[in-house]
Design a protein around this ligand. Structure first.
Ligand SMILES: [Zn+2]
Length: 265
């Protein structure tokens, strides 16, 4: 009897808080109960893309990244042969106006535009990849110590020209500060990109992918397995930046979600 109770307690402790907070807003994460662990997990998809599943207590939880450009209202997720609706609330993201003095970052020339298109394909491919492996949880440790801005979702204007919203969290830290992998995973991309500078992308499985930009140095190789806490590079100011910081992006089902939801306090 005692042994059974102990086993039950261990099982509970290991996955009691596996799912992130249900945050059904543009750029947030919707968490849906999709059935008992006693039954095989259903196929879950949003916008045609497979969705990450976690075990929590005795239930399967689908963890859906809600795109930043989602119109508040109903969002439909395919669960097996059913459709489940989630109410998406409104969220007003702030506006930011920046002056960028290097004109090539504001109005790139044709060669730079070609480079940007090539790089976008590499990044999109990694951010949309789905490695079908079990994922125990997606709670993260902070990749660097430093002030974490609440700039995810900022609607940005560079020299008064509208640009895509900010799809990550900027963490203030000096050049050379070590960056730690926030969770186990596999290095999916390393490289020097026009806007993002020196960049590392880590694939944590089932479409959960994290990105690190503007590094002064990359400390991992393509395809390398990393554990939570491993050094993956150093903070820098490469690419389109106004000063050294870490741009930290977190992605689910190919969509950027607010890293603040995933970082343990
Ligand atoms: Zn950023």
């Amino acid at each position: 009897m005692n042994r059974i109770l102990l086993l039950a307690a261990c099982a509970l402790a290991s996955n009691a808080f596996a799912a992130p907070e249900h945050s059904p807003r543009p750029g947030g994460i919707a968490v849906i109960d999709v059935g008992s662990l006693e039954v095989a997990a259903p196929d879950v998809a949003y916008d045609g893309k497979p969705v990450l599943l976690l075990q929590e207590h005795d239930r399967w939880k689908a963890v859906v990244g809600v795109p930043l450009d989602t119109t508040p209202g109903e969002l439909t997720v395919a669960v097996g042969s059913d459709e489940v609706s989630i109410a998406i609330s409104e969220h007003a993201y702030a506006e930011q106006r920046l002056t960028v003095t290097n004109q090539s970052y504001v109005t790139p020339d044709q060669a730079q535009l070609d480079r940007i298109v090539r790089e976008r394909k590499i990044l999109d491919s990694a951010l949309n990849s789905f490695r079908d492996v079990p994922v125990a949880g997606i709670e993260l440790i902070a990749p660097v110590d430093g002030r974490r801005s609440s700039s995810f979702g900022l609607r940005r204007f560079f020299n008064d020209q509208p640009r895509s919203p900010h799809k990550g969290m900027d963490i203030a830290a000096g050049t050379g500060t070590p960056i730690a992998a926030p969770l186990d995973g596999i290095v999916a991309v390393i490289g020097d990109f026009f806007f993002n500078g020196n960049t590392v992308i880590i694939d944590h499985g089932q479409g959960f992918v994290t990105m690190y930009c503007h590094l002064s140095a990359i400390g991992v190789e393509d395809g390398q397995t990393v554990s939570a806490g491993d050094a993956i590079g150093l903070v820098g100011a490469t690419g389109r930046v106004t000063g050294p910081h870490l741009h930290f992006g977190t992605y689910l089902n190919g969509t950027a979600v607010d890293p603040a939801i995933l970082i343990a306090d």
